[in-house]
Design a protein around this ligand. Structure first.
Ligand SMILES: [Zn+2]
Length: 277
């Protein structure tokens, strides 16, 4: 997937291939200067936007694969947020130490999604004090997903819409419950960016981008309309649990999953137009 970025020197548009690390060392094809683009976006957001883009372009099967991957990566994001939030709440002040232990722990589960679902189940129970009711095969749309991904089933657009709406609603709900807890995992990304930034040679300009996507606008709107600052966050007492008010934005007219997804698609789908496969 590629996204457009403006060269900081000649201002012309450059198509950049999205990197797994979200860090992009670029040489402008027009003026040949080097710059580095840091995209403040989590993997699950990138994958969900890619799925949305594929859906809008009529690639139903590819869309399903991206939405399914987005959900898996969101579970990872949730687990990471929870682990770092808890470390902070326990008074750990060494963020890099906590992040390093988390990293080596995640390696035990990184190659098996079933293990990751197990991590998610426990993280949710410990954080919310409730059963993760969304982990049933039915709630996850697992049968549909497996038919498409593993058995070559060619889904109809309506079926993909239903699946996309289900994944969207679940991620949206859990992000709402996570609230400011999500900032802990985002801080980890900021630290990686800082390390890369420190190693950049002189004369290479750093460009930070916040791409609006299907979730980002809503998340930051939910945080009181301000962008979540990550500075000084670590070491501050974290919330012990998510209060009911974190989902107060949703107390308005109840929408079902499909309506909520269609609304987001209408509002934010056009923002994804710049994305290219
Ligand atoms: Zn240039």
């Amino acid at each position: 997937m590629r996204f457009p970025a403006a060269c900081p020197h000649c201002q012309r548009e450059v198509q950049v291939e999205f990197a797994d690390s979200a860090v992009h060392d670029v040489t402008c094809p027009h003026c040949h200067t080097r710059f580095c683009v840091f995209v403040r976006k989590q993997k699950f957001e990138v994958l969900f936007d890619l799925g949305t883009r594929a859906l809008m372009d009529g690639y139903a099967r590819e869309a399903v694969a991206s939405f399914a991957a987005a959900l898996e990566r969101f579970f990872e994001f949730y687990v990471r947020s929870f682990a770092l939030e808890r470390a902070a709440a326990q008074g750990q002040t060494d963020f890099d130490g906590a992040a390093g232990t988390l990293e080596s722990t995640w390696r035990h589960v990184s190659s098996q999604s079933e293990r990751q679902v197990g991590m998610m189940a426990l993280a949710y129970l410990l954080r919310e004090g409730r059963e993760p009711d969304f982990l049933t095969a039915k709630a996850l749309g697992a049968d549909f997903r497996n038919r498409v991904i593993h058995r070559g089933y060619l889904p109809r657009r309506e079926e993909v819409d239903v699946y996309a709406a289900r994944v969207f609603a679940l991620i949206d709900r859990l992000l709402g419950e996570l609230g400011t807890g999500a900032a802990h995992a985002e801080l980890a990304q900021e630290r990686q960016f800082a390390a890369h930034l420190a190693a950049l040679p002189n004369g290479v300009t750093a460009v930070f981008e916040e791409h609006p996507g299907m979730f980002r606008a809503r998340r930051f709107a939910g945080a009181g309309g301000e962008k979540l600052g990550v500075k000084n966050l670590y070491g501050q007492p974290a919330r012990a649990s998510a209060p009911a008010q974190s989902s107060s934005a949703k107390t308005a007219a109840p929408m079902n999953d499909a309506q909520a997804f269609q609304k987001a698609l209408k509002e934010r789908g056009p923002l994804l137009k710049g994305l290219r496969k």
